[in-house]
Design a protein around this ligand. Sequence first.
Ligand code: SAM
Length: 326
Amino acid sequence: MNPPAGQNVDYLRLSVTDRCNFRCVYCMPPEGVAFKPHDDILSYEDMEFFVRAATQLGITKVRITGGEPLVRRALPGFVAQLRAIRELTDISLTTNGVLLPRFAVELKAAGLNRVNISLDSLDPARFRELSRGGSLEDTLAGVEAALENDLSPVKLNVVMLPEVMSELTGFVDLTRDRPLHVRFIEWMEVGGCGPRGTVDAVTKAHLLEGLQALSAQGYGQFEPVLSPGGWGPAHYYRFPGYAGTIGFIGSVSDHFCGECNRLRLTSDGRLKNCLFSSHEIDVRAAVLARDMDMVIAVITESLEAKTFDKNVLPGKTARGMSQVGG
Ligand code: SAM
């Protein structure tokens, strides 16, 4: 099936590594995951070749993800390679932020537009527990580095775990004085990641009730606002006079298949047209052969197989989020 009229697949999520310096409870099983051998991972040159092909089919936005993309060596150089592709209008990065203080200046100079930083708790002990060893202080330093270097809009991704309800006030307060955009994301059952089911996860409705309670406590009435920085699956709200916003991504309860504009490339060269599907096409051989026609043919095949109908959501994936790129 070709994308329906008006359906614009223009966004590529590009995973540059399956390795990560965190082991988040919702993303990886406790024993971790077996990382791919280095030889199986595409080089930056391979990825650049793929992106050039993808731009010929309408991709204009690339989000670099992982694993943790900043654990891969020389990421700013790769950003500069992508920046040289003139069809790309937006290059963004999803990160846990820990290595941003070290790389933010270089990333900005290389042409990175903006970052999303995962930040699941504002409580140091809970943060450590959820990330299985991560430091809240390090991630907050990453948020500062992103703001200082104008990698904006700076969005903060918070997975809606039950604990999040008790921290809602803290997250709202984060948006008061600075342009931070907190996005609550529904826990997704992808691969074998995480011990929790969606059943005991918090929903958007719970969080909206929490926001209403804050309004009643003197925060003022929050209003829906447009997505900071343009199109996206989140719905955003702003409290009166606040610099930042609160957003919700209902990936499960309110999934946005009908508007899905994305493709995913895994670090080992598999093309995925849906996060929730096991459908993958191996594009690695065509990329290694530098066969542009073949790469374009594979991307076309993936686009034609893409499902936009939320009523026929495909089955569960075999690979977890850290392997796919979230
Ligand atoms: N390491 C980077 C980071 O921490 O943001 C990038 C990779 S991570 C897989 C990308 C995004 O996927 C993060 O925002 C993370 O919160 C989200 N994620 C991972 N597992 C998830 C799950 N089971 N449900 C919802 N979001 C998930």
